[in-house]
Design a protein around this ligand. Structure first.
Ligand SMILES: Nc1ncnc2c1ncn2[C@@H]1O[C@H](COP(=O)(O)OP(=O)(O)O)[C@@H](O)[C@H]1O
Ligand SMILES: [Mg+2]
Length: 280
């Protein structure tokens, strides 16, 4: 199976402003990848190129093996734009119906009901967009991106208008998408969420990919802390694999152990480090 999304040496210039400067990124089938970076890093530009809305100045992008923007690529893709506005007069159910017609989805009312349930809007099916809160509209936007069972969805900051409960609900949705085998590229500033839900993280700064890996790989190990009767002892160079020997050594010396913690650097630490290095 080809990757859900692949970019090769992707470049984009708007006049003399460089938005993307040679990005190679791959999202595997069914993989959930978080795309992080400061404002203006080029995240939305990359997503728009994948949708065929923006033409690259160099390099190329493929969606499910087809050139970005081609009918085959568009058929494999769902998209929620960063700044979207649905017609206020249309109900949630009608909006999904409109997008079913646009996408040529044969899913009919069963698909609409399934998607509204997935995003927690079953009770709002007959309510007009203008009567929905911003958070509900954002969840409706996610449902809209999933019309027609795309193999890959691109969500550009889908949780920016959500309260903590709404964000948790989106996390649940993303986990459901993973169960359904849908690949997701998720732009977000909410590092905690990305860390909890994404298989892999790509960090862009100034149009370049500056770090990539699983959240665990990016968050460097920060040592081991062991609580003994004498207080907390830190072993800053140790990792998880050193814990049995460390504990055995301390117990051998007659120490009493109350707790052991393997300290892991957070994704936020890794992010800030990568951005700082890129600015130099
Ligand atoms: N249509 C456009 N015309 C000119 N410059 C643009 C346009 N879209 C984006 N840019 C510029 O390209 C850079 C990347 O923008 P964008 O992809 O929106 O970044 P991000 O989504 O990471 O915040 C920014 O400097 C932005 O000002
Ligand atoms: Mg953006």
């Amino acid at each position: 199976m080809p990757p859900a999304l692949a970019t090769h040496e992707l470049c984009k210039r708007y006049g003399d402003r460089v938005a993307l400067d040679g990005v190679d990124l791959e999202v595997g089938p069914g993989e959930l990848v978080g795309l992080l970076g400061p404002n203006g890093a080029g995240k939305s530009t990359l997503v728009k190129i994948a949708c065929g809305l923006v033409h690259p100045s160099g390099g190329h992008a493929e969606v499910a093996g087809a050139p970005a923007g081609s009918p085959a690529a568009r058929a494999a893709l769902g998209y929620l734009a960063e700044l979207f506005r649905f017609p206020g007069w249309c109900t949630a159910d009608e909006l999904l119906g409109l997008h079913q017609r646009l996408a040529g989805s044969p899913g009919a009312s069963a698909e609409r009901a399934d998607l509204l349930e997935l995003v927690g809007l079953s009770d709002a099916a007959g309510r007009r967009v203008e009567q929905l809160s911003k958070g509900m509209q954002q969840r409706l936007g996610i449902a809209q991106a999933l019309v027609g069972q795309p193999a890959v969805v691109l969500l550009d900051e889908p949780t920016s208008a959500l309260d903590p409960a709404g964000r948790r609900a989106v996390r649940g949705m993303l986990e459901e998408l993973r169960r359904r085998g849908v690949a997701v590229l998720l732009n977000s500033h909410l590092l905690g969420e990305i860390e909890q839900v994404c298989d892999r993280v790509a960090i862009v700064a100034r149009g370049r990919l500056v770090a990539e890996g699983t959240p665990g790989e990016l968050g460097r190990p920060g040592g081991v802390e062991i609580e003994t009767a004498a207080g907390t002892r830190s072993f800053s160079d140790a990792g998880r694999e050193d814990v049995p020997a460390l504990v055995a050594g301390l117990v051998g010396k007659g120490e009493r152990i109350y707790a052991v913690r393997v300290v892991q650097g957070t994704l936020e630490d890794a992010y800030l480090r990568a951005i700082e290095e890129a600015q130099r």
